[in-house]
Every structure is written in structure tokens, then in C-alpha cells.
Design a protein around this ligand. Structure first.
Ligand SMILES: [Zn+2]
Length: 85
């Protein structure tokens, strides 16, 4: 009987460990997601505010909310400049 109880206790422990692992994994993913978001949201070099993603004339760019500037991928910039000619 005591043996049975120990086995049950061991199983419960396994379940708890698995749950803890899952929780840790989930927390890691949340941290990674936050880091990804931080990388995506570059700060304006002038006022350090996060840039806001928006689309102007069909061009996807990140702009400072205070209008200090806008950033876009270089290939997109080249395409836009080409279209202007
Ligand atoms: Zn700014």
C-alpha cells in the first residue's frame, strides 16, 4: 500500500514537473516575443520614442510619432525612388 502511494506520489511529481516545464517554456516564448517586438519597434534616434508602423501610399514604413523621420527597408526605398523617376 505504501509502495502504491509512493508510485502515485511519483506520478504526481512528474505531472507537476511537466507542468512547470510547460510554464517555463511558455514564459520563454513570451520573453522571446517581447524581444522580437522590441527589435521590430526601433526607437527614433532623435526622441527615443518607438517608431510606429504604418503604410503610406502603399509603402510599409516605420515612422516617429512626432515626425522626426521614417524608416523603410532599403529595397523598398529603392523601388519607391525608381517609381518617382
Ligand atoms: Zn522622434
Amino acid at each position: 500500500m505504501a509502495d502504491e502511494k509512493d508510485r502515485l506520489g511519483g506520478k504526481l511529481h512528474d505531472v507537476e514537473a511537466a507542468r512547470e516545464n510547460q510554464w517555463a517554456r511558455q514564459r520563454d516564448e513570451e520573453l522571446l516575443e517581447k524581444m522580437r517586438l522590441r527589435l521590430q519597434h526601433h526607437a527614433c534616434p532623435h526622441c527615443k520614442q518607438f517608431l510606429v508602423a504604418k503604410t503610406e501610399n502603399g509603402v510599409h514604413l516605420h515612422a516617429c510619432p512626432d515626425g522626426h523621420g521614417a524608416w523603410l527597408d532599403e529595397p523598398i526605398l529603392k523601388t519607391v525612388l525608381k517609381e518617382q523617376k
